[in-house]
Design a protein around this ligand. Structure first.
Ligand SMILES: O=c1ccn([C@@H]2O[C@H](COP(=O)(O)OP(=O)(O)O[C@H]3O[C@@H](CO)[C@H](O)[C@H]3O)[C@@H](O)[C@H]2O)c(=O)[nH]1
Ligand SMILES: [Mn+2]
Length: 399
């Protein structure tokens, strides 16, 4: 058993921020041994595991974690006919976890993502990861190849979840760009010329983290640059300006469920669908349009996680290829999308958006007709499981 560095355990045990207000959602078709690496950070939190693929397969959850696990049979049982809006055989299934959660915040992470400072948290983390087949022997930490404990500028071991929580609990600046990045971080502030009337900022709805080692590239880029690894750790958190879309990746993502949860539908992907790997992208485009409309902020940058496994670029190309040309029509659609002023809730915004998808993207491909209908089903299911006014303090679901 790999012993985590004691100072890290102590550091993480001291600050399990939002322990009872945040759920960690993990989509998986693999095993969950990766949780051992995250134990000091994740053990205090409730996990919602969405098991994709064959529901008869038993997914073993390491001892000591508080979790609920849903497979396809559970999704069908809970949602009935509305389960048709939840993708099968695609990481898009993770959005079911957002719907069944009872908490105010969600952090979602893939099962091949690690604390990128592996050797900084677990002296022998690499050996265990190599034993588990996640890494080739001889890998070195992408940041501190000498395997010393790397720290952030304040000298603390990096805690990805804590950074997301800091991002989400501090305001965003979507209306005017601050050139010194996030003005609410220690050691930064608003620069000269920044209007004082805007310094209160906007509520942050989304914190979008990044990845070291395997970057989240599309299949063509993966094919052209199979050996490219991201080793650039940029110590910055940025608000994505109002009116600007971005490609949201679901690998390392945190959001405020009360502020934007109903917009985080990851679409119809995978089995039986003409497209895959555009789940998080679709959710990100809908989310950003709605955040802009409601005056909410979206941040990107820290924290980084270490993404260990590249999915197969040829399989990815088959999943993505329609998306690669459809997105040349989808992006202008979202860039031009406007929501009426009586769209005062996320649900109303989302239903309005679904009507525009049907009207304007339905002519691109009949798939978007289906997707628009699924967007409505998603909201119906969300409202059924989350009757408005339900207390955010309701206890966790069953394991
Ligand atoms: O059919 C599936 C495939 C995978 N999963 C789980 O989803 C995540 C991501 O899977 P994986 O790491 O294999 O894929 P990546 O290409 O690295 O993922 C990136 O692309 C996006 C795909 O839409 C994804 O959000 C990004 O992270 C793992 O946890 C798999 O276990 C699944 O549930 N069903
Ligand atoms: Mn991956």
């Amino acid at each position: 058993m790999v012993e985590p560095a004691t100072d890290t355990i102590a550091a993480t045990r001291l600050v399990p921020l939002l322990k009872d207000e945040l759920d960690i959602v993990i989509p998986t078709i693999r095993n969950l041994d990766f949780l051992e690496m995250w134990r000091p950070f994740f053990e205090p939190y409730h996990l919602i595991i969405v098991q994709d693929g064959d529901p008869s397969k038993v997914i073993k959850v390491p001892e000591g974690f508080d979790y609920e696990l849903y497979n396809r049979n559970d999704i069908n049982r809970i949602l009935g006919p509305k389960a048709s809006c939840i993708s099968f055989k695609d990481s898009a299934c993770r959005c079911f976890g957002y719907m069944v959660s009872k908490k105010k915040y969600i952090f979602t992470i893939d099962d091949d993502c690690f604390i990128f400072m592996l050797c900084c948290v677990f002296r022998d983390g690499f050996d265990l990861l190599c034993d588990l087949g996640f890494l080739d022997f001889g890998s070195v930490c992408v940041i501190c190849a000498d395997k010393s404990v790397a720290k952030d500028p304040s000298g603390k071991a990096i805690n990805a979840l804590e950074q997301h929580i800091k991002n989400i609990l501090s305001p965003s600046t979507p209306f005017f760009f601050n050139t010194l990045y996030d003005p609410y971080r220690d050691g930064a502030d608003f620069v000269r010329g920044y209007p004082f009337s805007l310094r209160e900022g906007a509520p942050t709805a989304v914190s979008h983290g990044l990845w070291l080692n395997i970057p989240d590239y599309d299949a063509p880029t993966q094919l052209v640059k199979p050996l490219e690894r991201n080793t650039r750790y940029v110590d910055a958190v940025l608000t994505i300006p109002k009116g600007t879309l971005f490609p949201m990746c679901g690998m390392n993502l945190c959001f405020d469920r009360d502020l934007i949860g109903p917009a985080m539908y990851f679409g119809l992907m995978g089995d039986g669908q003409p497209i895959g790997r555009y789940d998080d992208m679709w959710a990100g485009w809908c989310t950003k349009v709605i955040c802009d409309h409601l005056g909410l902020g979206v941040k990107t940058g820290l924290p980084y996680i270490y993404h260990s496994k590249a999915s197969n670029p040829f399989v990815n190309l088959k999943k993505e290829y329609k998306g690669i040309f459809w997105q040349e029509e989808i992006i202008p659609f979202f860039q031009a999308a406007t929501l009426s002023k009586d769209c005062t809730s996320v649900q109303k915004c989302y239903i309005e958006l679904s009507k525009q998808v049907k009207e304007k993207l339905g002519k691109v491909d009949p798939y978007f007709d289906k997707l628009a209908d699924a967007m409505v089903t998603w909201i119906e299911a969300w409202d059924e499981l989350n009757p408005s006014g339900a207390s955010a303090k309701v206890s966790n679901g069953k394991a």
